[in-house]
Design a protein around this ligand. Structure first.
Ligand SMILES: N[C@@H](CCC(=O)N[C@@H](CS)C(=O)NCC(=O)O)C(=O)O
Length: 218
């Protein structure tokens, strides 16, 4: 049995959950993947057992039947994309794959990661994890907002970032926009194309859609 370790509210594990959802797969209904929810509030990612498996103390992690440990969201998503579902969200041909890769990396490094850094340098819950530099917060948020203007233009006249179908680049951009809300970056105020894109993606992939199923007590 494979095991997928996630925290369902955090952007990097959400990539894996949304990727599967975009293929019509409910992670909690998979026959060969067991899902383990890691509680950040209880610092479960710092436990000895988890640290032994992933010394980076981050989620997502996917462990395979032969004991292989994939401890990075890109690796986990590449694996899930190839093994499950019919259509790849990483691109259907060589050029599309390259385009998805390019858009995904810009969304990741310029938008999502700058916002994550701003969060890590400002939120009390992360004080244990990083040496917080408050001066870093505003420039990081501003850098993310500046990069969003690139995507506002890219989405002009287009539903998705690459081609006519949803790709992994869209998923990462959506997660950047959604995470920005924590830092008071309103996804609906970054341009009309981004607002439309955010609403479309949020309808399909908001946090509730991939939430932990509640136990049936009957
Ligand atoms: N490069 C890693 C980064 C993963 C990462 O930073 N995950 C965050 C959640 S989005 C985490 O696990 N943080 C643990 C913590 O803040 O203690 C990846 O993309 O998988």
């Amino acid at each position: 049995m494979k095991t997928l370790y996630v925290t369902r509210t955090a952007p990097n594990p959400r990539k894996a959950l949304i990727l599967l959802a975009s293929k019509g797969i409910d992670v909690d209904d998979m026959d060969d993947i067991n899902v383990v929810d890691i509680d950040f509030a209880a610092n479960e990612q710092m436990s000895d057992a988890f640290t032994q498996m992933n010394p980076m103390q981050t989620v997502p992690v996917l462990t395979l039947d032969d004991g292989t440990v994939l401890n990075d969201s890109q690796a986990v998503c590449e694996y899930l994309d190839r093994v499950y579902g019919e259509r790849s969200v990483m691109g259907n041909d060589v050029v599309q794959r390259a385009q998805v890769c390019s858009m995904r990396r810009i969304a990741e490094f310029e938008v999502l990661y700058n916002l994550m850094l701003a969060f890590q340098h400002s939120h009390p819950s992360k004080a244990q994890r990083v040496e917080q530099v408050p001066e870093f917060v505003t420039p990081s948020i501003n850098r993310a907002i500046k990069a969003l203007s690139y995507f506002e233009k890219a989405l002009d006249g287009h539903e998705y970032l690459v081609g006519e179908q949803l790709s992994f680049a869209d998923i990462v951009l959506y997660l950047g926009l959604d995470f920005g809300k924590i830092l008071k970056v309103n996804p609906n105020e970054q341009g009309e194309n981004l607002a439309r894109f955010y609403q479309m993606m949020n309808e399909r992939f908001n946090i509730k859609k991939t939430a932990k199923p509640t136990k049936n007590c009957s």
